[in-house]
Write a protein that binds this ligand. Structure first.
Ligand SMILES: Cc1cc2nc3c(=O)[nH]c(=O)nc-3n(C[C@H](O)[C@H](O)[C@H](O)COP(=O)(O)O)c2cc1C
Length: 358
């Protein structure tokens, strides 16, 4: 790790986790972090949904909930950035403290509860970067529902319709554990109805260029739920799935003091269960829709394992907290080496390879 990364991290570690997060956002927003990544190794280029990604490593939702720093994060070297989750109306989220760093476990527990500045500012900021030639990286928008909205479909439809014309892809987040009832939207009938409404909203919002619409699910799904999700995804015509969100499970070997805090667990302990869920859904969807693998990615080997398990693209968040921004460059370098060592000439050749040879 570079000295500047180590220094920045030790300052941030001295702060409570949520304050550290705000400090990092402030620094990025005000160009206090030097962010100019070298061009990507061509082996990392990949095309998914007709979109050319310079590399398959993306920033997962939750870091930039209000779309304040997508371009700063792109210039750290991410191949794409997912902003959100944004809710239609602003809301404060759950009472603090609500974010915990489990240092010994390289994990995070959060129960933020969709703290959001609301869609208005989010939409305005994404709109402002359009048409600026220096701001051409891929930015997705992840939408959710306000806590007190009764018909969740109304909120998703509003978010999707308003952002369809300005986001490169759209995500319906139905898997955050911190909004009561949200994960019930993963049940077969509810999911089918919700995705059909979301697709209709996307089509209304973007008549010319229809951005891909994805659902973010799991990883706490039963085998039956995974089958249902795969079938509904294929039947409704959704363009892809992100697998997945944080887990409410608590592996018995967590060592940190805060391990029993309520909320979603992310980071290293999530790697295995989320990769298993990804592999299973890859088999169930039979290569008919691209999947994004997310959960516990922290180096080239874990990113490569997600790809081999079935991910066309990969996302991460928690590892950034422990390793700092230099992590992105290292992951890409290691991933390129791993692909070459196995004789691949591009990412897509390795997607799902572990499943195909089973
Ligand atoms: C602090 C925090 C906030 C998050 N907020 C969101 C969110 O708003 N929407 C969402 O879809 N996922 C959210 N996530 C989940 C991440 O996008 C990701 O799915 C999960 O953390 C697993 O990836 P990781 O192990 O690389 O962190 C959040 C995660 C963390 C740690």
């Amino acid at each position: 790790m570079a000295l500047t990364d180590r220094l920045a991290l030790s300052v941030l570690y001295a702060l409570p986790p949520e304050t550290a997060h705000h400090a990092a956002l402030y620094a990025l927003e005000n160009h206090l972090v030097s962010t100019r990544a070298a061009p990507d190794d061509p082996i990392l280029r990949t095309t998914v949904w007709g979109i050319d990604f310079p590399n398959p490593i993306g920033l997962a939702a939750g870091f930039d909930k209000d779309a304040r720093v997508p371009d700063a994060m792109l210039s750290l070297g991410f191949g794409f950035v997912e902003a959100g989750t944004v809710t239609p109306r602003p809301q404060p989220g759950n009472p603090k403290p609500r974010l915990f760093r489990l240092d010994a476990d390289h994990a995070v527990i959060d129960r933020l509860g969709f703290n959001s500045g609301g869609i208005e500012g989010f939409e305005r900021r994404l709109m402002a970067r359009r048409g600026k030639p220096e701001k051409h990286g891929i930015v997705g928008a992840n939408v959710g529902k306000n806590r007190d909205t009764v018909d969740a479909g109304d909120d998703y439809a509003e978010g999707i319709e308003r952002l369809a014309g300005i986001a490169d892809y759209l995500v319906v987040n139905i898997s955050s554990p911190n909004t009561p009832g949200l994960r019930d939207l993963q049940q077969r009938a509810a999911l089918d109805g919700l995705l059909r409404r979301a697709i209709a909203a996307r089509n209304r919002g973007a008549a010319m260029r229809r951005p891909p619409l994805l659902a973010k699910v799991g990883p706490d799904l039963s085998p039956q739920q995974m089958e249902d999700i795969a079938e509904v995804a294929l039947a409704t015509g959704v363009d892809g799935l992100i697998i997945g969100n944080t887990t409410v499970a608590r592996p018995p070997d967590l060592n940190s003091r805060d391990r029993d805090e309520a909320g979603g667990l992310s980071g290293a302990p999530l790697f295995r269960p989320s990769t298993e869920c990804l592999a299973r859904i890859y088999r169930l969807t039979n290569r008919r829709i691209p999947l994004i693998g997310c959960g516990g990615v922290a180096d080239g080997a874990t990113a490569y394992a997600k790809i081999r398990a079935g991910a066309s693209l990969v996302q991460l968040y928690s590892a950034l907290v422990f390793h700092g921004p230099g992590l992105v460059r290292r992951i890409k370098q290691q991933l390129a080496e791993l692909l070459r060592a196995d004789g691949f000439t591009q990412v897509s050749e390795a997607v799902g390879i572990d499943q195909r040879s089973r």
